[in-house]
Write a protein that binds this ligand. Structure first.
Ligand code: ADP
Ligand code: ZN
Length: 751
């Protein structure tokens, strides 16, 4: 099987083992194959020059065209290449090689995603500064033997006294502590009364301790024991399936504790948005230290250190977003993927990968367990746990009820055809009554609408002209708080106007449909005395402001939260007892492969915010289609029946997880070139039994961020190597310049 990223001009990865006799040419010199961290589709051969034989996993700097780039040694190169034609390794990083499991991970991710191996290597080498010698710090101390006849001035005596107590110190601190100038310290050094030493200035993170967590409930104990008994036994995937608030976190903390006790490393993946201050505080409460974090808000300096400490083994627990999977852990003993159903685990640009699936792959290569945790498992994981009769590949561990007195919320539907809101309003009478009731009782409510801004569409009442983005096939969304019109695809902004740019009619532009800001307007009109806050990525743009918002809710300073999917995740508001879902049908519109599943997960998670403490919770779904399978599953609380019928539908339609799917996304700035590329791909389209190829056709979003776009979908029976099919297809295609082809294995996005 040939795959993109593993085809090399000078041979293939498979004939490595016998390449050793190439060493004969120059003692110590060797040809190695290097995955260079740059988006190219193959690895390159170099001679090792004065560095002698280099192990697989060694990180090197090599010449690449006019540049010097970092790369990872994959193994011996092609013994038949004339050495004179090869360039030499410039530098070896002063680090131990990354593990063989990690190099395999890079190779397997490349093969699976069909991304260029250089792009995957680049993710693995994301912190170039971590590859340099670590920064050192100059410390001053008293010499063991002070100079004979040393006489110290009072200032010098103060310095000596500080150091006698503290041992060694950097100059600025010493100056401050002793109340002296830099000149005094310099003078003492020259006189031999002080000596300086160089030490690494990066302090390894503190080791997590072992604090008392809550005593586990009976259910939690059973779950924790089931996981504990396999922790030393190599690869083992778990589905930790427990309703919202059932105490899943405590169960995986128990496993984390055991792995730490064994001296091994742990990686906990969270969707970025769920990595809240509350989660970190909980971790700190349990382990006595803050977790080492890895996500887009962590600064470069911290990342540099963490990368190194992952490799040295000194970072014992890392909690991070999906990119933390590409850290070079020395000895991984456990991976946890919390909220495993979250679509945020799918990375959609550059290397397109599903972090949950790659976490399972990494665990397999590291021979360690992996825990996938969710209250609303993905259909894939649920099927993998053997829930529809296929042989189970994951072990399922269940937490059936909420911890303590908390119960699951009651969920009811509000039929928007029978009890609609008044004209120009969005909240139906039953929701208004429930809000009123909670306000009177001093309890909190959440109104959920997964739509940012004020109104999703603005059109001219006179000619019907719709405001659209100049760079995309999409409507401009009105953001009243910011006083802007915004495109949610490319970020294009414009000033709102009351007049129609098309027909010139004055004051004719009308906002259509609600966003969270418009709901806030209605809440203000209906409940002028209520304290409310809008929680969306526009109003709460940074982690810091999210934390401020969360703590003001916790402090009881907010009566009504109005939020998008940002509030659906992980928050635990004990006094929140009512959730109103304003448009439960929204996620079903458009209907891609996972629309029903995603909609169910989102609504179940949002509803799960209600009644997490003593007070029982209530959730209301405003819908025009209460008979829909998603609504029925929510109303009856029968999640498994829904997943069963959904998996049956997928089986009948030969869709994942019962088949394999891949998308080809073709894009170009120039429309004619895109059409040319489509023609080329059509001409070369292969035919195989068990493989269906649809398209390429113009994409539903045919114009996005200034690019014209087309898509093709490849659907294959499960036993077919879909990567090989695609490779065979595109290998023979000559794409016009300026046309970009991306491959998306197991796509989640069909736009
Ligand atoms: P999940 O991750 O399943 O949503 P959590 O682990 O967040 O659930 O637990 C829900 C709440 O119950 C949290 O406030 C947590 O501190 C509390 N909790 C969990 N386990 C216990 C326990 N054994 N005893 C007391 N409280 C617990
Ligand atoms: Zn746009």
């Amino acid at each position: 099987m040939t795959q993109r990223g593993q085809t090399f001009r000078n041979g293939s990865l498979d004939d490595h083992d016998s390449a050793d006799d190439a060493l004969a040419a120059a003692p110590g010199d060797q040809v190695v194959r290097v995955a260079v961290g740059v988006p190219v589709d193959r690895a390159f051969d170099y001679v090792t020059g004065g560095f002698g034989p280099l192990d697989r996993g060694t990180i090197v700097t090599v010449p690449f065209g006019p540049r010097q780039l970092n790369g990872i040694v994959l193994g011996p190169g092609d013994r038949n290449t004339a050495r004179e034609s090869l360039k030499a390794v410039i530098r070896c990083a002063p680090l131990p090689p990354v593990s063989d499991a990690f190099v395999q991970f890079i190779e397997r991710v490349t093969a699976w995603t069909m991304a260029p191996i250089g792009s995957v290597a680049k993710m693995a080498l994301s912190q170039p500064k971590a590859l340099l010698p670590p920064p050192q710090q100059k410390l001053y101390r008293r010499p063991a033997q002070p100079p004979e006849g040393e006489k110290l001035t009072t200032a010098r005596q103060r310095v000596a006294a500080v150091l006698d107590a503290a041992g060694a110190m950097p100059s600025p601190l010493l100056q401050r502590e002793a109340g002296v100038s830099a000149g005094v310290i310099g003078g003492m050094e020259r006189a031999g009364s002080l000596e300086s030493i160089l030490v690494a200035s990066d302090q390894p993170p503190p080791r997590p301790g072992r604090l008392q967590g809550p005593a586990l409930t009976d259910d939690q104990q059973v779950a924790a024991a089931a996981i504990a008994e396999t922790l030393e036994g190599g690869f083992m995937p778990f589905l930790l399936d427990g309703v919202t608030g059932s105490g899943k976190t405590e169960v995986y903390f128990d496993a984390v504790q055991r792995v730490l006790d064994a001296g091994r490393q742990v990686l906990i993946l969270l969707p970025e948005i769920a990595l809240s201050a509350a989660w970190k505080a909980r971790f700190a409460e349990r382990f006595g230290v803050m977790p080492q974090e890895w996500h887009s808000d962590v600064g470069a300096g911290e990342k540099r250190k963490l990368w190194r400490f992952a490799l040295s083994g000194e970072a014992s627990v890392v909690v991070g977003a999906r990119s933390a999977l590409f850290l070079p852990f020395a000895d991984l003993g456990l991976i946890v993927v919390d909220e495993e159903h979250e679509h945020a685990y799918k990375q959609e640009d550059k290397v397109i990968y599903q972090a949950r699936d790659m976490a399972v792959l990494r665990a397999r290569l590291e021979s360690c367990p992996v825990i996938l945790a969710s209250a609303t498992p993905s259909l894939e994981s649920w099927v993998n746990a053997g829930m529809v009769g296929d042989p189970p590949r994951y072990r399922r561990v269940v937490l059936p009820s909420r911890v303590g007195k908390a119960t699951l919320p009651e969920i009811t539907a509000v039929d928007m055809r029978r009890t609609p809101p008044e004209r120009g309003r969005w909240l139906a009478p039953p929701l208004v009554a429930a809000l009123t009731d909670r306000l009177e009782r001093g309890e909190q409510s959440l109104l959920f609408l997964n739509r940012r801004g004020y109104a999703p569409l603005t059109l001219c009442g006179s000619c019907g002209h719709k405001l659209t983005c100049p760079n995309c096939d999409s409507w401009m969304v009105m953001h009243r708080l910011a006083g802007r019109m915004r495109c949610h695809h490319c970020g294009f902004e414009a000033r709102p106007s009351r007049d129609c740019s098309q027909c010139g009619e004055e004051d004719s532009m009308q906002a259509c449909g609600p966003g969270v800001e418009r709901l806030a307007e209605e809440v203000l009109q209906r409940f002028p005395e209520a304290r409310f806050g809008v929680f969306s990525s526009d109003t709460v743009a940074s982690p810091g402001s999210a934390e401020t918002f969360v703590s003001s809710v916790m402090a009881g300073e907010v009566d009504i939260i109005i939020g998008t999917q940002m509030v659906a995740k992980g928050h635990h508001f004990p006094n929140l007892t009512f959730v109103g879902i304003v448009d439960a049908d929204l996620g079903l519109a458009g209907g891609d492969l996972r629309a029903a599943e995603r909609s169910f997960q989102m609504l179940a998670q949002v509803a799960g915010r209600a009644g997490r403490a003593e007070q029982p919770g209530l959730a209301m779904l405003q819908t025009v289609d209460a008979d829909n399978a998603v609504m029925q599953a929510l109303l009856s609380g029968n999640r498994d029946a829904f997943l069963k019928s959904e998996s049956e539908a997928r089986r009948l339609a030969a869709m994942p997880p019962y088949s394999r799917l891949a998308a080809l996304l073709i894009s170009a700035r120039d429309e004619a070139r895109l059409r040319d590329a489509i023609r080329q791909l059509e001409l070369c389209r292969p035919q195989f039994n068990g493989v269906g190829i649809f398209g390429p056709n113009l994409a539903p979003l045919a114009f996005l961020r200034g690019q014209h776009r087309a898509r093709a979908l490849v659907q294959a029976e499960k036993n077919i190597d879909i990567q090989a099919v695609i490779n065979g297809w595109i290998e023979s295609v000559y794409l016009p310049s300026g046309v970009r082809l991306q491959i998306d294995i197991d796509p989640y996005n069909f736009l």
